[in-house]
Design a protein around this ligand. Structure first.
Ligand SMILES: Nc1ncnc2c1ncn2[C@@H]1O[C@H](COP(=O)(O)OP(=O)(O)OP(=O)(O)O)[C@@H](O)[C@H]1O
Ligand SMILES: [Mg+2]
Length: 242
């Protein structure tokens, strides 16, 4: 099928920054139509800046972004979302709303009946969301918040799900349950996945890995290739469990 061979995302020579600070330099990234990619990198490396630029929350200074063959670097964030990119920021959800309202917001603009059906489907996929669906979001634990954030991003049935450090602030048990939820999403023929992380547990859902350091691409390859690189292994796996 041509869809299979299609690229979901193709980023070439991307540069971005804030005022006089250039953060991202000449960055290349590719994601296949059904592929799952994890971007690793230390604090301040430019991971969130990369995602913000992909979503149009920050303008690209150089380079191009193609989404299923269509150039999107000039589009507004709302247009990129409508094209099928869903994004969970480091913050995730709105605590002042109920869980249900958060989910409804994820599908804002969809026909009501379809939206209800989709939320029911996601509640089957994420039992934690089903359990807390009727309650206020501020009562959720950090892990439940992340789960609702992922479900909310999936409501609109995106073609690409972009997650910024879903493990941030979570205990190891919760990190494992978020990883499992993503693995379940993948098994259900979910969207292509782009996850920015510092937690190596997410490599369980990665078909390919990128490493960003100092705003530049340091490595791209499979997980075994990452493990085979001595300095990267020390840098990223050496700290695991510490
Ligand atoms: N809104 C902003 N204005 C100015 N500088 C910023 C802004 N956001 C980020 N930066 C700077 O850009 C650089 C990269 O930040 P970014 O948030 O992309 O890093 P990160 O890889 O996501 O880090 P972390 O793992 O801590 O989330 C840092 O030097 C940061 O201080
Ligand atoms: Mg960040």
């Amino acid at each position: 099928m041509p869809e299979q061979a299609e690229k979901c995302l193709e980023v070439r020579g991307l540069g971005a920054g804030y005022g006089s600070l250039q953060v991202l330099w000449d960055f290349d990234l590719e994601i296949g139509a059904e592929e799952s990619v994890v971007v690793l990198g230390p604090n301040g490396a430019g991971k969130s800046t990369l995602l913000k630029t992909l979503l149009g929350l920050l303008p690209a200074r150089t380079g191009s972004i193609s989404f299923f063959g269509r150039r999107i670097e000039g589009l507004r964030t709302s247009q990129r979302v409508r094209a099928g990119i869903a994004y969970m920021s480091e913050v995730g959800i709105f605590p002042e709303l109920s869980v249900e309202e958060n989910l409804l917001m994820g599908g804002y603009g969809l026909p009501r009946a379809r939206l209800r059906r989709r939320i029911d489907e996601l509640c089957q996929l994420f039992p934690e969301v089903a359990r807390t669906r009727r309650g206020p979001a501020w009562k959720l634990s950090g892990g439940q918040r992340k789960m609702v954030g992922v479900a909310k991003a999936l409501v609109a049935d995106p073609r690409l799900l972009v997650l910024d450090e879903p493990s941030a602030g979570l205990s190891p048990v919760y990190v494992s349950s978020v990883v499992e939820a993503l693995a379940r999403t993948r098994r259900e023929a979910g969207p292509a996945l782009l996850v920015v992380e510092q937690n190596m547990k997410f490599l369980a859902v990665a078909e390919r890995v990128y490493v960003i350091e100092g705003g530049r691409l340091r490595f791209q390859g499979t997980v075994p290739e990452l493990e085979a690189d001595d300095s990267l292994r020390r840098a990223y796996f050496g700290l695991q469990g510490a």
